[in-house]
Design a protein around this ligand. Structure first.
Ligand code: PMV
Length: 361
């Protein structure tokens, strides 16, 4: 294990290499909203790992010529264009995880990254972007020191590191579904890293659809970081954290049993709770748009008419995640295109539950 190893390169060690990974975004069904300490969650959360919405990143590294230089050296290209602002963010992130990767200031890095979902589509890229960096760094540690050859150690550390970059990113390193945060119903659950929720997951959820309907592609007016911070003064915070723990309990049962009605109710209640918490923060704010609500009403009317198990969720933004099982795909796509797409910007990312990150050759 890495903590018995100094993880420092020997002087004059000639080392260079390159790692490439793909890592997906994720959609929380029970939401993480509120944190403390070093990116620790106030409650447990659980998410679908997505498939199409992902980032691909390669990290080329070489040992610095000047061994006395302790600056963090990062060059960052996003879709082949150098991006100074992102490079600075990554430098700050790398500086903050030197305790986990003590060799980080002995190397210089050239990072090339791209997202497969449309840029400025309103989809948060931090979960895929931070998890892919964490996986890359763990791979570099393994290449240089051989300390992460055990898969479980590798993914646990990748999840831990991703969490330090963006809390929700820690759940992206696992296939299908992953939870994060201590919960009595989940063996080995932890606030430090995510836990895969795969073996007990009913098959119906392994091919679940998540169509992301873009209502607005504008940048959020209040960042998630600011939103988490506002939970500290929210008078409903304690009740919310307890509610999330209780909903985790109920959701886990639904996920094991393939109970779509209970799943859908919790997914929608969680989405609306997240936005209600924003509306009752001080200062209050709203990230939903009129068409977010119009879509929700249309969807609920359709469900009433047809009894089809199709539900919505929301991230910290106005875009709708349309959730439904594969066996009703044709009917839902017809309904979506006729009745929901006119309420969007015309962009829909047809995503679904995916099998997690991949190492690219
Ligand atoms: O990971 P952050 O700090 O961007 O927070 C994201 C929180 C939500 O996406 C709104 C919910 C979640 O659990 O993913």
């Amino acid at each position: 294990m890495s903590d018995r190893h100094s993880l420092r390169l020997e002087a004059n060690q000639q080392k260079q290499g390159k790692v490439s990974w793909l890592s997906p975004s994720n959609l929380a069904i029970v939401k993480y909203w509120g944190k403390h300490g070093r990116q620790l969650p106030r409650n447990a959360s659980i998410s679908f790992t997505l498939d199409k919405a992902h980032s691909k990143t390669s990290i080329a590294y070489q040992i610095k010529s000047d061994s006395t230089d302790s600056d963090i050296k990062v060059k960052f290209r996003f879709h082949k264009e150098e991006n100074e602002a992102f490079a600075n963010r990554i430098k700050k992130f790398f500086a903050s995880i030197k305790d986990l990767f003590p060799f980080i200031d002995q190397l210089e890095f050239t990072i090339d990254s791209e997202n497969t979902f449309p840029h400025s589509s309103g989809i948060a890229s931090s979960a895929s972007g931070m998890s892919v960096l964490a996986l890359g760094l763990c791979d570099i540690e393994q290449q240089l020191f051989g300390t992460l050859s055990d898969d479980s150690d590798f993914y646990t550390k990748a999840s831990h590191v991703a969490r330090l970059g963006s809390g929700s990113a820690c759940r992206s390193v696992y296939p299908y579904m992953a939870s994060w945060g201590v919960h009595p119903d989940i063996t080995d659950s932890s606030d430090e890293h995510a836990t895969v929720f795969q073996e007990e997951l009913h098959d119906v959820f392994k091919s679940f659809h998540d169509d992301i309907l873009i209502v607005s592609a504008s940048e959020k007016s209040v960042s998630s970081t600011a939103g988490h911070a506002l939970m500290e003064g929210n008078p409903y915070a304690a009740a919310r954290y307890q509610q999330a723990q209780d909903r985790m309990h109920d959701l886990i049962i639904a996920l094991k049993e393939g109970d779509l009605q209970s799943f859908g109710k919790i997914a929608e209640d969680e989405a609306l709770t997240l936005h209600a918490l924003m509306m009752c923060s001080d200062p209050s704010y709203m990230l939903v748009e009129p068409n977010t609500i119009a879509i929700i009403n249309e969807l609920r009317a359709y469900r009433h008419e047809t009894n089809h198990p199709v539900y919505f969720s929301l991230d910290a933004g106005p875009n709708i995640h349309l959730l439904y099982p594969d066996h009703i795909k044709d009917e839902v796509v017809k309904f979506r295109d006729e009745r929901l797409m006119p309420l969007t910007t015309g962009v829909c990312i047809e995503d679904q539950v995916g099998t997690g990150p991949k190492k690219l050759s």
